[in-house]
Design a protein around this ligand. Structure first.
Ligand code: FMN
Ligand code: MN
Length: 443
């Protein structure tokens, strides 16, 4: 068993689930509350026009994710990397109607789909897990795609050129998909990961949770879904009907460009009793966590092989946990700083700025990083710029073609530098009772 309900029980027991009993609207109200809740998990039990409930900010930070997976926080990357290398097969049960409380013609107007930001085109499903089969094999690809309803049983969905789009092309422009909503954080993480084409994410998730994942075949579509999903929509993703998608506020908090995108025509809608609809606030911390962590993993795996002296990496929150990375290292030879920077760019195409610092600098502390730039960096030696490289379509300053310029700042000291000139002077230790008697005493 690996369900959202079981996970919410755990949160409730820890006092980490806040119930909102007052009637709330899916239009702006829930999004605004999630925004102001500062990452507390909110469970809306009285949602206007919906019989079930809505949960949001479910897994807003690494600490919560680590605890959901029962993995120590500082082992998170290692554990995910191992699960990706050693996935665990998942048994798939045949379709059983008893798993669902209702199985109906799709009607998206029955779901509490949120409208998030004032300029958004309309309500958007933001955390639906799409399963689609690789045409070459048995495995299933998972991905998150945002979806804008364009009718009772149809959505337009943003599909960035990655595996799902490749599958769609190879399948001749139409492919069976299922969209699962209301999932355990392990599945949300798995869905956000980017294993190589052909490797499905279900096995990775199952390895991460010690074999607890259970899947079930769909009724009509040739894909499987988590048995514990709260809501499942079965349908066909199609590039034969393309529709304008957006405006929509995405990861960076800015409006993503409006583009012609593929549609999904749904055939069946399955729901649990009082189904819990999962909401995710675009550009919120939870969004940044699930977008950033897979990139961090790719960078970490890449650097481990190429620059053994690398100690820590950190994706900054100002860079949406996606575009900017700080890497700390112990250099073995001069040039390691720049090699680390170039390897980061190679590992994650979205990166736009990488700063390399020595290992005595804490990459998670922006003040320290800036201090390293102020005291150890010289632009004529340490600056790298690359032009005309593939970047992230989420950066509004990148060109229409998605090309961008990238900047690396090597703030590491030369190997033979006289380190005594670059460390902070030590403040002499004085007895703490002396401090408190002189400074903390009132009056
Ligand atoms: C909350 C969230 C929303 C996302 N929205 C989209 C989206 O709308 N379109 C998209 O192409 N990728 C989106 N992504 C990223 C992909 O889901 C992710 O990169 C995935 O691994 C790509 O899958 P694929 O390589 O299997 O196609 C989103 C990720 C998260 C965590
Ligand atoms: Mn995938």
């Amino acid at each position: 068993m690996l369900g959202l309900r079981e996970y919410m029980e755990k949160l409730r027991a820890e006092g980490a689930l806040l119930e909102v009993k007052k009637k709330v609207s899916t239009r702006f109200e829930i999004a605004a509350l999630l925004h102001s809740a500062q990452n507390r998990t909110l469970h809306f039990t009285n949602v206007s026009g919906y019989r079930g409930t809505v949960v949001g900010n479910l897994c807003p930070n690494r600490k919560r994710l680590a605890s959901a997976l029962n993995i120590p926080e500082d082992h998170l990357l290692e554990a995910i990397s191992k699960a990706q290398r050693e996935p665990k097969d998942v048994k798939i049960a045949g379709y059983d109607h008893r798993n669902w409380d209702s199985n109906t013609e799709p009607d998206l107007s029955k779901l509490p789909i949120l409208t998030h930001y004032e300029g958004d085109k309309g309500p958007y499903i933001t955390i639906g897990m799409v399963s689609a089969r690789f045409p070459e094999g048995k495995e299933e690809n998972l991905s998150v795609q945002r979806m804008l309803p364009i009718g009772r049983s149809e959505v337009v969905t943003r599909v960035v050129p990655r595996h799902l789009l490749e599958i769609l092309k190879k399948s001749g422009g139409e492919v069976d998909v299922a969209v699962s909503i209301g999932l355990h954080p392990a599945l949300i993480l798995g869905t956000s990961l980017q294993p190589p084409y052909g490797q499905g994410e279900y096995g990775i998730v199952n390895a991460l949770v010690g074999g607890r994942l259970e899947l079930m075949e769909c009724e009509e579509s040739k894909v499987s879904v988590p048995m514990e999903a709260e809501i499942v929509l079965e349908g066909v993703l199609s590039s034969k009907k393309m529709v304008e998608e957006g405006p929509f506020v995405d990861l960076t908090g800015t409006y993503d460009a409006v583009r012609m995108q593929p549609t999904i025509r749904f055939k069946r809608m399955h729901m649990k009793r009082r189904a819990i609809y999962q909401a995710l606030l675009p550009a919120g911390e939870e969004h940044r966590l699930f977008m950033g962590l897979p990139q961090e993993l790719k960078i970490w795996e890449y650097l481990k092989r190429s620059v053994p002296g690398v100690r820590k990496i950190h994706m900054t929150s100002g860079g949406a946990n996606y575009l900017h990375c700080i890497v700390s290292l112990d250099k073995a030879t001069d040039g390691d700083g720049k090699t680390a920077i170039l390897n980061c760019f190679a590992a994650s195409h979205a990166l736009k700025l990488v700063i390399a610092v020595d290992s005595d600098i804490d990459p998670t502390n922006w003040d320290e990083v800036e201090w390293a730039l102020a005291t150890r960096f010289q632009a004529d030696r340490g600056l790298i710029t690359l032009t005309g490289v593939r970047g992230s379509s989420l950066d509004p300053s990148s060109g229409k073609t998605g090309l961008t310029a990238k900047m690396g700042l090597d703030a590491t000291l030369p190997v033979d530098a006289d380190r005594s000139r670059y460390v902070k002077g030590k403040v002499a230790k004085i007895p703490s009772n002396l401090i408190s008697s002189l400074i903390d005493e009132p009056g």
